[in-house]
Design a protein around this ligand. Sequence first.
Ligand code: HEM
Ligand code: SF4
Length: 511
Amino acid sequence: ATIAAIVNNLGSTLGACGDLNRNVMAPPAPFKNRPEYDLAWEYADNVAHLLRPQTGAYYEIWLDGEMAISAEPPQAVRDALSRNGNGTIVHEGEEPLYGDRYMPRKFKSSVTVVGDNSVDLFSQDLSLVVITDKKGKLQGFNIYAGGGLARTHGKDETYPRLADAICYVNAADVYDLVKAIVATQRDYGDRVNRRQARLKYLLADWGVEKFREQVSEYFGKKLTAPKELPPFKYEDFLGWHEQGDGKLFLGLSVQNGRVQDKGSWKLRSALREIVDRFDLPMRLTPHQNILFYEIAPEHRAEIDAILDRCNIKPVEAIDDLERRSMACPALPLCGLAVTEAERALPGILVRLRKQLKRIGLGNESFVIRMTGCPNGCARPYMAELGFVGQGPDAYQIWVGADPNQTRLAQALFERVKDAEIETTLEPIFVYFKRDRQTGESFGDFCDRVGLDALREFATSYTPPKRHERRRVRIQDEIYLRLKAASDASGKPMIDLASEALAQYLDRLESE
Ligand code: HEM
Ligand code: SF4
């Protein structure tokens, strides 16, 4: 009944956990004046149709044979499904692409646009990047393949890997190319050892050139080199934005994706009231957030008032550490979790912010992600600071990915207990503060200096002695001004007061 309810409400769990193509992600932004975004959605749907199992068994089992979903794929997708481009079709069973053995392992895909890495494209088995001409007309796609994150502690033969740029393909040929990549993994992926069965290991084993040759054999044509593209950027689309057709969209930050009411903080009630009042469509984002769109500008103030009444902070008031962070469900919801993530991260972020302020990095922010086991559901290996559950109350700490998720992190410390997170990270933050280049992010810094230097610095680091506390009485009014200045600047009060007094005393002495 649960699955029937999901399907009847226009969702689907078809193939959601199988060894086949699962979800196809697309950037969540509902821009109406940027045709490439519409194209990304259209092609994400079409690739999902192309790679969906053809069996009717799902509907027979869960819905008494009734197909609740009536959306038919476009003719181009149906033609591509039945085209046998050099062996992409197998003639066993009812599945032309999957045969009776499906894929060696799960397969995850995304479609995005040039410059937008909201889908973490390098972490996917297959990614398509929409390339248009200046007028927004579709030309073709850059194709990336062989990304994947899951690993197992203590087994070095398992590792996270970034997708490689494989080729550029014209729009007319894109479905045949996608089928050729799926067929290559279907026929050459490792079916003996499930730990080595993802496409990333085939690419690592063969190298990109050999992979291209095999894909090109199934494709029936030579592959074209990928196009040079500008860098990809992290996008979360939070806050109010113009949609491009006079209407607005609003991105709401949902910490770790958990929609609930808790005391006077009532996210769930706010979402329900907004939907009931304005009947707005919603999109879930790859960063565990929610976008409302198709909002008439005259409703903006009312929506803000609902959010304010439910104590939902506007995005500008959310700490950037929180805004950019993610945790997986872990305990108590996930049977594979070895420690906490969703429930632990919010407290850890508050502690880290306090620590950063103390070190003089109060305004600093970077991408932090945490998971309860090394499968990596919240993509911690793409974070500037990643916590990967390693045992009860213990984490492996990863650093060095870039703020835009185009470089992998590396494991820096093992089995760090929750209570030791601050002492373990203190030398790394101090080193960062001392030696960073102008504007350099935490992840870029860690990558530049390297794991050896970070570890060496940590080993030789002696924390500054806590100074003996001396008390000076000040007037209430000065205290309040000092506190306000400290909140505004992110500088601890002791630093501000010392600086101000030092300046004043210098002046007295020089007079
Ligand atoms: C609580 C139930 C969940 C379970 C049992 C689960 C299980 C797994 C497993 C076993 C893997 C490793 C795949 C491999 O070995 O190749 C994995 C990876 C992953 N999962 Fe989950 N997962 C869960 C929830 C989620 C959710 C809610 C999301 C996001 C919507 C998610 C996204 C991912 C991602 C991004 C990866 C890493 C990328 C990859 O290598 O596939 N998972 N998960
Ligand atoms: S990463 Fe988190 S959600 Fe994914 S399998 Fe591990 S504990 Fe479960």
